[in-house]
Design a binder for this molecule. Structure first.
Ligand SMILES: *Cc1c(COP(=O)(O)O)cnc(C)c1O
Length: 428
């Protein structure tokens, strides 16, 4: 594997960009070495500046469910760009994408487009607080909901990867409005409701945790949260920025037959362009300005490029078959990794929901933040580097999900499993 050009580009980037990147996990701190600088992507593959080719299991952190540079998405975006990239005025495209989302997830009776998942969750909390007249928010350890102040407590994703459970710069008063419970622990949530019931505005959760590695909800956990929140007059917010249009067309709420009060979206609904959305019950969303008094705005919100990429992507996902294909490829990869680990006598727990999966280097099943953190991150780093040298680009952290796209073929998965067999054999 050649690295000369990327190494040079990385050292140049570090002069101007903190850590050489615009989002922390990209810098490869948890796995060592320096990141390949990407020149282009096509289908399931990435091409770097040194001429290396990688099979990509990050897919822009799940946004690219159709793979890189899907010809129909590219053509639609080019066509839209030729007519103007942003107007700061309404377009029919916004209603069109909203209609697709509402049909997939009827719980979003009304929604607002923003520019990132972070904006979606922080705005959702503002509405929830306004609606309930309460201040506290309950989140789960290892849950990641973007980087807004109140939501960084015991956050997953890069914050967990870099071992930063609290974040300097977050006002204490703000951090105090966040309660944290262990994921999958209904009794702990019940205790917090017992103590703070009338003060809790909302519970925010990734219905399938995917930012401490993939951790599925235990049977009954989400239903229990629905009951507890309803009883306490608190709102249930599903952060489906990853799971929306990923674990099923209708997201985790369709998969687990749940009706949250508010849902946050991002990633897939932008088809690889910057986007986020929050929406839910009409009586709640009616509070958002200009319909109501809760202010939230955005210069580029609902811009025609993001809307077009989202519409085109969702149109291609509307058939039931894509999710069957994603499920089958997910199963193929998960089973292949488990088999490879067994053969090599390496303890590995492969956790999966559809096309989202994480192989945890651990003896014990992973059910929450504490058990995820017991995984052997050094072993993951070695696995990561071994796979990279064989042309397989995995998430550069034990605590991020692998994402499979519709562009990944069975042959790609089989090649990945074969590479894993060789790498794990060397690691045993
Ligand atoms: C990625 C992510 C976010 C943040 O979205 P950005 O677009 O990166 O701001 C929020 N919640 C979840 C569950 C995510 O995975």
């Amino acid at each position: 594997m050649k690295r000369k050009v990327s190494k040079k580009l990385f050292s140049e980037a570090r002069v101007f960009l903190p850590g050489g990147v615009d989002s922390p996990v990209r810098a490869f701190k948890a796995v060592g070495g320096s990141p390949p600088f990407i020149q282009r992507g096509a289908g399931p593959r990435l091409y770097d500046e040194d001429g290396n080719v990688f099979l990509d299991y990050v897919c822009s952190w799940g946004a690219l469910i159709l793979g890189h540079a899907h010809p129909w998405v590219v053509a639609a975006v080019q066509d839209a760009a030729s007519r103007g990239t942003s107007f700061g005025a309404p377009t029919a495209l916004e209603t069109e994408l909203a209609r697709h989302i509402n049909q997939a997830m009827p719980s979003l009776e009304m929604l607002r487009f923003v520019n990132s998942g972070t904006e979606a969750t922080m705005s959702a909390l503002r509405v929830a607080r306004a609606f309930t007249g309460r201040e506290l928010v309950l989140k789960f350890a290892g849950g990641y909901h973007g980087h807004s102040d109140g939501l960084l407590a015991k956050a997953g994703s890069g914050s967990l990867t870099l071992g930063l459970p609290v974040c300097p710069g977050v006002p204490l008063a703000y951090a105090r409005t966040t309660l944290v419970a262990p994921y999958n622990d209904l009794a702990a949530v019940e205790r917090l409701f017992h103590k703070y019931s009338a003060k809790i505005a909302a519970v925010i959760i990734e219905p399938v945790a995917a930012n401490m590695g993939v951790v599925p909800p235990r049977p009954g956990f989400l239903k229990g949260l629905r009951q507890l929140t309803r009883k306490a007059g608190a709102l249930l917010i599903f952060d489906e920025v990853i799971t929306g249009f990923r674990v099923a067309y209708g997201g985790a709420q369709a998969l687990y037959e749940m009706v949250p009060d508010i849902t946050c979206l991002g990633k897939v609904i932008g088809g690889g362009l910057p986007v986020g959305a929050y929406g839910g019950r009409r009586d709640i969303m009616s509070l958002v300005a200009p319909m109501g008094p809760v202010y939230q705005a955005g210069t580029l919100s609902g811009n025609p490029l993001s809307m077009t990429a989202g519409i085109q992507t969702l149109k291609m996902l509307e058939e039931p078959m894509p999710y069957q294909a994603l499920e089958e490829r997910g199963a193929l990869l998960a089973e292949g990794l488990s088999r490879a680990a067994r053969k090599a006598k390496v303890p590995l727990q492969v956790s999966r929901v559809g096309s989202l999966l994480t192989p945890f280097f651990s003896e014990q099943p992973v059910t929450d933040y504490a058990s995820a953190r017991r995984a052997d991150t050094r072993r993951y780093a070695a696995f990561f580097q071994g796979m990279l040298s064989k042309g397989i680009y995995l998430p550069p952290s034990q605590f991020e999900a692998f994402f499979i796209s519709l562009a990944h073929r069975d042959e790609d998965i089989e090649r990945t499993v074969k590479a894993a067999e060789e790498v794990l054999k060397g690691a045993a």
